[in-house]
Design a binder for this molecule. Structure first.
Ligand code: IMP
Ligand code: MG
Length: 173
């Protein structure tokens, strides 16, 4: 595998994203909605750097089954209730084709009666075919590579790598 974003770089960027969020949501209360399983590690790092009062909830969404090809998007579970005065910030690991997030956004819009912020660690633009507006982006990569680490999995594994890497030829078999 080839490391694309080092652990240091990730941690620095998480701090920068939190600073932007602290500024933008100053004086508000946040409901941070983590999309599992991919965002778990990013969520844990990010919320510990946010200084705005918050609570977090998680939603399980699955799109890739075992391999590297996008499949049908499945939603599991119920969306948590939000208090009327809570601002909602969704935390996701990666936007690839954009299919998951464009469906999820429609679901969120119909469920919560307010605009929902979106924070993603990785904006992988190589094969985007759905327009998704992102409010906070960790890193933009103009790649088609299949990425692992920092929450991203290949067939359930490698999520625990502290860096983000591209799988190379032969590693996906
Ligand atoms: P999209 O619907 O194509 O945007 O795919 C989004 C979901 O697919 C993400 O939430 C990830 O769970 C997964 N995904 C997309 N690209 C990758 C990747 O490079 N590595 C691991 N998972 C990925
Ligand atoms: Mg995901």
């Amino acid at each position: 595998m080839r490391i694309l974003v080092s652990e240091n770089k990730i941690q620095r960027r998480v701090g920068e994203l939190a600073a932007l969020i602290n500024r933008d949501y100053a004086g508000r209360r946040l409901l941070v909605l983590g999309i599992l399983k991919g965002s778990l590690i990013f969520l844990a790092d990010l919320v510990r750097r946010i200084r705005v009062p918050l609570r977090y909830e998680v939603v399980v969404i699955s799109s890739y089954r075992d391999g590297t090809e996008p499949g049908a998007v499945d939603f599991y579970g119920e969306l948590p209730q939000a208090e009327p005065d809570e601002a909602i910030l969704v935390v996701e690991d990666i936007i690839d084709t954009g299919q998951t997030m464009s469906k999820l956004r429609r679901w969120l819009d119909s469920h919560y009666n307010r605009s929902v912020g979106l924070c993603v660690m990785l904006d992988k633009q190589g094969r985007r075919n759905n327009v998704v507006e992102l409010d906070y982006v960790g890193f933009t990569l103009e790649t088609n590579d299949f990425l692992v680490g920092y929450g991203l999995d290949y067939a359930g594994g490698m999520r625990n790598l502290p860096f983000i890497a591209a799988l190379e030829e032969g590693e996906t078999e």
